[in-house]
Design a protein around this ligand. Structure first.
Ligand code: DLL
Length: 445
């Protein structure tokens, strides 16, 4: 059996900024906030306008306690300011530009100064170190390089800690696996859905992951469940860690798991988190679910003050066993805007994934197909891939499995959704973020 990294590896690689006493951290956050608020007000139109409308000025903000006095910023503000209106530094100081493609409208454009790239390297370096990665490691970076922040973000982190980064980018799966085997990759960075594809394809190619030096994976950019974690860990013989981030805030590196795998540490010396009730816009009680809001404390290219992420999570109380004092958040369970309303019931893809993870014989590949016939109610069908042996089984057994999924969904959601079992590999695989919802209503069929 190969030895996988344990909590000791996370403990050994804590940076001083991750283990500050809470009062020192708070003083630092307050100081940094005062500076960033002044900067945003002086250089970005949208802040000046919104804050004047709300009757607050930078002098009213003494520390993070005062944040609730300031209005929120949303993706719409980015759209209105497209492409560079949110930048706080002149273009001569911007050294890199990324963009995230939203589901609707114009992409969100973000700019980094040289100092921001340093911060990015620092937080992504911490992310990798929390998984036990050092300068002795070979990091295969299968996040897409390009406008997406995953590729370059992970790259800067690996470079920062002196690991050897192999910039494979996403795609070309067989070649990825060849590189992994030949180079002796020890750490892997990719989306959780692509990790599943790598495991699946690797098995077909006859790769014995148990015999490879690969031992840890850093997966994020989309929600994934605990059962998907188990699947990745089993299939690639690694410890799989969740990493979270978004382009507007910096990219990956905003929050990361350590090997305790009990929540994601937020890099709150750089990104101050709040959790609000998306309806009342007030802070939720400690430990309650809500929408994450971030304020960047140190970025100069694009400071963000109270940005609504739409991501749903909660703060985990108490301190982590690894020794990091940074506050933890739970895995993101979904977004307020990927919530589907099916016959009046709120449904998140993560709930479906949870149900499927508990039903034997199903694979972690599914799609919700929504359709509408003229003059009829929306029809929703859940397509679930099943393993080879289920498909070759008797029809009666397949029907029983369909019924089991239907019943489990019914008890979780209070809703009955038609289930269709589909052949292995019939649902399109993703090299980046997986597409879970197919909305045919948009096509007007
Ligand atoms: O996805 C940054 C990233 C790259 C994070 C690589 C982790 C690894 P965007 O393309 O701007 O940036 O998408 C950001 O993706 O608001 C969440 O809804 C979702 N997301 C990111 N990480 C996670 C995660 C990158 N670990 C949006 N769990 C965010 C759940 C995640 N959702």
């Amino acid at each position: 059996m190969k030895t996988l990294p344990d909590l000791e590896s996370s403990r050994a690689l804590i940076s001083p900024a991750e283990a500050m006493p809470p009062d020192r951290l708070r003083t630092l956050q307050d100081e940094r906030l005062r500076a960033v608020v002044r900067r945003a007000y002086e250089t970005v139109e949208v802040y000046r306008r919104k804050w004047s409308e709300a009757g607050v000025s930078p002098e009213d903000i003494h520390g993070v306690e005062d944040l609730p006095r300031l209005p929120f910023i949303t993706k719409d503000d980015f759209r209105e300011a497209y492409p560079f209106g949110m930048f706080s530094a002149p273009l001569s100081e911007i050294v890199e530009i990324h963009a995230s493609s939203g589901t609707t409208g114009k992409p969100t454009v973000v700019g980094y100064t040289r100092a921001d790239i340093e911060i990015w390297g620092e937080v992504m370096g911490r992310t990798l170190a929390a998984g036990g990665v050092t300068s002795n490691d070979i990091v295969q970076n299968s996040y897409g390089y390009g406008l997406f922040t995953g590729g370059l973000g992970a790259h800067y982190g690996a470079a920062r800690i002196g690991a050897a980064v192999v910039p494979t980018s996403a795609g070309n799966t067989k070649r990825q696996l060849q590189v992994m085997e030949d180079f002796g990759t020890t750490a892997l960075c990719c989306t959780p859905s692509y990790a599943i594809v790598l495991g699946e394809t690797g098995r077909e190619m006859g790769i014995n992951f148990e015999a490879l030096p690969l031992r840890v994976g850093f997966h994020g950019a989309e929600p994934w469940s605990e059962s998907m974690r188990q699947e990745i860990e089993r299939s690639l013989c690694i410890r799989a860690l969740d990493i979270y981030g978004l382009s507007e805030v910096i990219g990956p590196g905003v929050a990361y798991e350590c090997l305790a795998q009990s929540g994601l540490h937020i890099a709150e010396d750089h990104f101050f988190p709040e959790i609000i009730n998306p309806t009342t816009l007030e802070h939720v009680l400690e430990g309650a679910h809500g929408e994450l809001v971030f304020t960047t404390l140190t970025k100069t290219g694009l400071p963000l003050i109270r940005y609504r992420t739409r991501d749903i999570t909660y703060f985990i109380p108490g301190q982590c066993k690894c020794g990091r004092t940074l506050r933890r958040m739970a895995k993101v369970s979904g977004r307020t805007d990927d919530m589907l309303i099916i016959r009046g019931v709120n449904v998140f893809p993560s709930q479906i994934e949870q149900v499927l993870g508990a039903v034997e014989g199903t694979e972690p590949h599914y799609q919700l197909v929504i359709d509408r016939q003229p003059g009829r109610l929306d029809e929703v069908e859940l397509w679930v891939e099943v393993s080879e042996d289920v498909i070759s089984d008797e029809v009666r057994r397949m029907e029983a499995l369909e019924m089991k999924i239907l019943k489990e969904l019914e008890s979780m959601l209070g809703l009955s959704i038609k289930v269709r079992l589909v052949e292995p590999k019939s649902i399109a695989r993703s090299e980046g973020k997986a597409k879970r919802i197919v909305d045919r209503r948009d096509l007007g069929i």
